[in-house]
Design a binder for this molecule. Structure first.
Ligand code: PEP
Length: 251
């Protein structure tokens, strides 16, 4: 059975003190709760180890927002998958549209990152999604399929089974413009079909496919009610413990 998941992506927000405070607040809210989904926060590299110290990862998983495409060595400023894992983190977001758009990440580099994440027992939360023009000109199915095929389809079925996918239409990220629940369901079902064609129905049925893009407490329940939407990757609304928990409790 695939997991239901709500994961926060803090992006480049919060000082260390603010981030540790936010993590404590989410951890506290989960202490006596029995959410119907796994809950994860993905935080800036600088916050990983201190946040790990203040949360109970049995209730609140911890992840990074990126990792390097090399094992180690002369790559000034980069953070390897091994370094991320050494902080106690268990997840890593890879292929976020902001990384593709602003830092030139390609399927080739993402393939390396996915392999290194898996080699270090990190679960990739792998992001895919089209820009507005591709949605409007009707090429978005091919765009999303190519992103999956190019970066992930060299994986064995066993390794593919470790991936969490996040469908995030770029036109909905941070814009306040959410995909409708029907739009999300249509593309999530398509993605599951692409996975089934390659790895079979069982692997496809077991893959968690999250929706991301202006998801908030007021629209989460409707999105999560769709059979192929297994939860959300949450940006802005993850920066406030109450609204993040509002989304968690939408399940
Ligand atoms: C994201 O960037 O992963 C995201 C979904 O952002 P937002 O929720 O702010 O649209």
């Amino acid at each position: 059975m695939r997991k239901k998941i709500v994961a926060g992506n803090w992006k480049m927000n919060t000082t260390l003190g603010e981030g540790v405070g936010l993590a404590k607040d989410v951890n506290e809210a989960l202490k006596n709760a029995t959410p119907k989904c796994d809950v994860i926060i993905c935080v800036p590299f600088t916050h990983l180890a201190p946040v790990n110290d203040v949360i109970d990862q049995n209730k609140l998983g911890l992840g990074a927002e990126n990792c390097a495409d090399h094992v180690k060595g002369a790559y000034t400023g980069e953070i390897s998958a091994e370094m991320v894992a050494s902080t106690g983190a268990k997840y890593v977001i890879l292929g976020h549209s902001e990384r593709r758009q602003y830092y030139g990440e390609t399927s080739e580099t993402l393939k390396e990152k996915v392999n290194l994440a898996l080699a270090n027992n990190l679960t990739p939360i792998f992001c895919i999604g089209e820009v507005l023009e591709e949605r409007e000109n009707g090429t978005y199915h091919d765009v999303v399929k190519n992103q999956i095929v190019e970066a992930l389809f060299d994986l064995s079925a066993e390794d593919f089974g470790k991936i969490i996918l996040a469908y995030e239409p770029v036109w909905a990220i941070g814009t306040g413009k959410t995909a409708t629940d029907d739009q999300a369901e249509e593309i999530h079902a398509y993605i599951r079909g692409v996975i089934a064609d390659k790895y079979g129905k069982e692997v496809a049925d077991n893959t968690s496919i999250l929706y991301g893009g202006s998801c908030k407490p007021s629209n989460a329940a409707q999105l999560f009610a769709k059979p192929n939407v297994d939860g959300g990757l949450i940006g802005g609304a993850a920066l406030d413990a109450q609204s993040f928990m509002g989304i968690v409790n939408a399940f």
